[in-house]
Design a protein around this ligand. Sequence first.
Ligand code: BYC
Length: 335
Amino acid sequence: MYTQAMDIPDPAQPAPATPDLADPAQLARFEAVLSGGGRIEAQDWMPAAYRKTLLRQISQHAHSEIVGMLPEGNWISRAPSLKRKAILIAKVQDEGGHGLYLYGAAETLGARRADLIDALLAGRAKYSSIFNYPTLGWADVGVIGWLVDGAAIMNQIPLCRCSYGPYARAMIRICKEESFHQRQGYEALLVMMRGTGAQRRMVQDAVDRWWWKCLAMFGPPDADSEHGAQSMRWGIKRMGNDELRQKFIDATVPQAQILGVTLPDPQLKWNDERGHYDHGPIDWEEFRSTLAGDGPCNRERIATRAEAHENGRWVREAALAHARKQQQRAQGAGT
Ligand code: BYC
């Protein structure tokens, strides 16, 4: 796995014990690396709570990437042209790759990938709220690229400076690919907006359905963010949920104007004093109910992932059997 240090822990061994009651010298070194803007690497000592937070965030991020393949994957067979189909296949494949980089980063913290996947399928681990909504038309695919990937990039650019090296390095590559994803979505929408009235209405309808969900992607307001302040102190997150949400809104409004769509918020208005756009209230009740498993597609998404995982069982078993055979051969050759 290209992103990672060479000494990935042996998955057969239990995760190293890192009690918070650390040797003061280790804790001092950890704090010094953070305050000097340096990187913590897989082999470095780290507080158990830092490791736990990273594992939670990175694994949820990995799950989001592979569940995120589903709403768009749904449209591969119905893409309107060969060009759009090729682009969409490449994009969905990229998301699968992002999941792999991120599961790899989580493994450097001592997690077993099989356990992480089990937690997703059993509903014990979260993934991004945004993937629990349906893609009703082709314009949704463009809007996912423009707005969902646009929000993802805004959130993920600061993660390239995350204090944990393997996560930060994975994010650099992911952000480069996300940038292509965002542009292809915006370009697809530009073409539709220059098309027929029906096409323009499809784009507006998709924007109306996705806009508020994208604002919620950044997570609860900072005042209600359980992990935000500590993650900022540790340099895992570099910006708060509200700041990133605001940056996203400020960047997106002019893009919407060029496109010729209306963002569905009558309170969206430039505020000269703040130097930002003001916006209307986000429906956090709806967000919480989606996180609790009651969004329109939660059950369908997990069922589809569970089926894909089961269908891939023979591939995993064959790969393991092959690896074991090669290991035995190598050992035989060495004796
Ligand atoms: N959805 O204390 P907070 C993509 C949870 S993939 C679900 O602020 P934190 C793409 C949060 O986990 C996009 N859950 O948490 C892929 C926590 O619950 P737990 C994914 C959310 O971690 C394919 C609780 O609410 N991006 O872009 O400090 C195709 C309290 O929140 C959400 C990432 O994962 C949400 N939207 O901040 C196209 C980026 N928001 O864990 C596109 C990495 C909050 O205590 N992650 N929660 O049970 C992060 O940056 C941070 O984890 C978050 C949340 C900003 C998301």
